[in-house]
Design a protein around this ligand. Structure first.
Ligand code: SF4
Length: 279
């Protein structure tokens, strides 16, 4: 197969396993080994911009850990010991991370701790300790659970990052954008836990909803919420709609232009946390 993976060719179906998919990611800065624990496309949130087709509410189905491990070893072997990178990515592309991402909230899986352990063991086995990171792309909603903290805590001696989703602070806005009921207190508790157990990056999707940019109030709420955590955050990633949403919503949503996203980024820079925009 001569297919090349690039940041515009993200199609997971090209190299499809059940749990593992390689993808070239601009935010990861190279090749990412993606882990999808939510094979039934179930999430506890339903963000209006979510790109997961046929997303449903719920938890992941049981995970076949033996198959998960087999797929991970297969892909690590292809990428580290064989010529996958030369054949299927642009010259100079390197393996950057193993990322728990996928079609729903990964920490909702009962087997999350066991899956993290498999990843940790294979990073050691392929001697990737100082070469790649393990990333958790999460809506953060399970991070203050002791089981989740313990699961991620297994990685304390490895490079790791939590990419923690915060799109809005006001409960009316989170209801509208993420379609969940979550209090500011819960977001605070989850974010504190994230910072306790891992270097943390905030990931924020900014949208034009019904032709309107986020209000100054929403931006100020966001800045004021993050202020007490600013010294503990590694970065803030801002992005907008990359592909059409797969969710049906009564609101119309649109991608921001580069300049519009920069205006938001310039406001947020007052936090003195590195702000990176991806559009
Ligand atoms: S948290 Fe992620 S997977 Fe879940 S609905 Fe939102 S964007 Fe989709």
């Amino acid at each position: 197969m001569s297919t090349k993976l690039s940041i515009i060719n993200h199609d997971r179906r090209i190299f499809k396993g059940k749990y593992i998919y390689p993808v070239v990611s601009r935010r990861a800065g190279g090749l990412s080994i993606g882990i999808n624990l939510n094979t039934n496309s179930a999430c506890n949130w339903q963000c209006i911009y979510c790109e997961v087709p046929n997303l449903k509410r719920g938890k992941p189905e049981p995970i076949d850990l033996a198959l998960f491990k087999e797929e991970l070893i297969y892909w690590l072997n292809q990428i580290v010991h064989k010529d996958f990178l030369d054949k299927h990515t642009e010259p100079g592309t390197l393996l950057k991370d193993i990322a728990f991402s996928g079609n729903g909230e990964p920490t909702a899986a009962k087997e999350f701790a066991a899956a993290v352990k498999v990843v940790m063991e294979q990073i050691r086995s392929f001697q990737l300790e100082n070469k790649i990171s393990v990333r958790l792309i999460t809506n953060g909603s399970y991070l203050d659970h002791s089981a989740t903290k313990k699961a991620w805590g297994q990685l304390e001696n490895l490079n790791r990052e939590i990419w923690f989703k915060i799109d809005a602070i006001d409960p009316v806005e989170t209801k509208r954008i993420n379609q969940i009921n979550i209090s500011k207190k819960s977001i605070t508790s989850n974010l504190k836990s994230s910072i306790q157990i891992s270097p943390t990056i905030i990931q924020t999707c900014i949208l034009k909803i019904n032709n309107e940019l986020p209000s100054m109030k929403a931006i100020n709420d966001y800045i004021n919420f993050l202020k007490p955590f600013a010294d503990s955050l590694k970065a803030i990633h801002l992005y907008s709609l990359a592909r059409p949403t797969e969710q049906s919503t009564s609101d119309s949503i649109e991608r921001l232009s580069y300049d519009e996203l920069q205006l938001v980024a310039n406001n947020i820079k007052q936090l003195k946390v590195p702000v990176l925009s991806f559009i």
